[in-house]
Design a binder for this molecule. Structure first.
Ligand SMILES: [Fe+2]
Ligand SMILES: [Fe+2]
Length: 257
């Protein structure tokens, strides 16, 4: 089964780029399922029901999120009502929504799991402990894809080796910078440290560079970051997963300008 995973969509401009690129990409590569991280799809961070609907109607089947999942309170009810938008499973309970979902495909069920790293981030529950429980609970699902939303490269790689052979893929998100290490680990789990982002190229992680520089140099104390504009990129990885065994057969990175 061909599964596409798209890196953090940033702002309205990222949403529009997704809609321009995705339908044709899906046709050309015979993609069966699309997962995208939407935690920054609303202008000035977070996700709203409107940006989520835009992402779904552009051809995405499952939306994952991250540390900005609940930045916009207008989305709280949407996490409860829509089964295909998930937030990190290690957020403190009770939180709106769920940390994983299951998609029924013709050839297999696919379990999508969202987890937050602990290093250099707000420390919620250990993703290592929680993933054991989630793998156990979803043992009937042959294909398991994890969006591991984390800052530290070492934590991402260690977590992927911890899961190797027990899940189909561990895909890093959050830094918005794509890494050049898409690979299949020894026990057939697909891995990349960071998928990257979908948003403006001439930017700092998708936001206006002037605002980022002003904040980092202390010239502005406002942490207001608007999405940048101009040419966009869509960073993604395309995986071929064996529907019977859940093992990764191939993983390929695409950086689409
Ligand atoms: Fe992000
Ligand atoms: Fe994030």
């Amino acid at each position: 089964m061909k599964i596409l995973f798209i890196g953090d969509i940033v702002g309205r401009i990222g949403c529009e780029h997704l809609r321009r690129i995705l339908p044709d990409f899906k046709r050309r590569h015979n993609v069966g399922l699309v997962i995208a991280n939407g935690e920054n799809s609303a202008d000035r961070n977070g996700i709203t029901p409107e940006t989520a609907e835009h992402i779904f109607t552009s051809g995405v089947n499952v939306i994952t999120t991250g540390n900005h999942a609940f930045r916009q309170s207008s989305c709280n009810y949407y996490y409860e009502e829509c089964p295909y938008i998930i937030r990190p499973a290690n957020f403190p309970e009770p939180s709106y929504g769920k940390g994983f979902c299951i998609v029924d495909m013709i050839s297999a069920q696919v379990c999508v799991i969202n987890l937050l790293g602990n290093v250099f981030m707000n420390q919620y529950g250990s993703p290592f402990e929680l993933v054991d429980k989630l793998i156990d609970e979803n043992s009937g699902c042959p294909i398991k894809i994890i969006d591991f939303h984390a800052e530290a490269t070492a934590e991402k790689k260690a977590f992927a080796y911890y899961c190797d052979g027990r899940v189909s893929a561990v895909l890093g998100t959050h830094t918005h910078v794509p890494t050049a290490d898409a690979q299949i680990l020894p026990n057939k789990t697909a891995y990349i440290t960071d998928v990257g982002m979908t948003g403006a190229v001439d930017s700092v992680l998708g936001v206006k560079k002037e605002q980022s520089i002003a904040w980092l140099t202390g010239k502005s104390l406002s942490a207001r970051f608007d999405p940048a504009d101009g040419t966009c990129q869509m960073d993604c990885v395309l995986m071929d997963i064996d529907a019977k065994t859940g093992r990764a057969v191939s993983v390929e990175q695409f950086l689409i300008r």
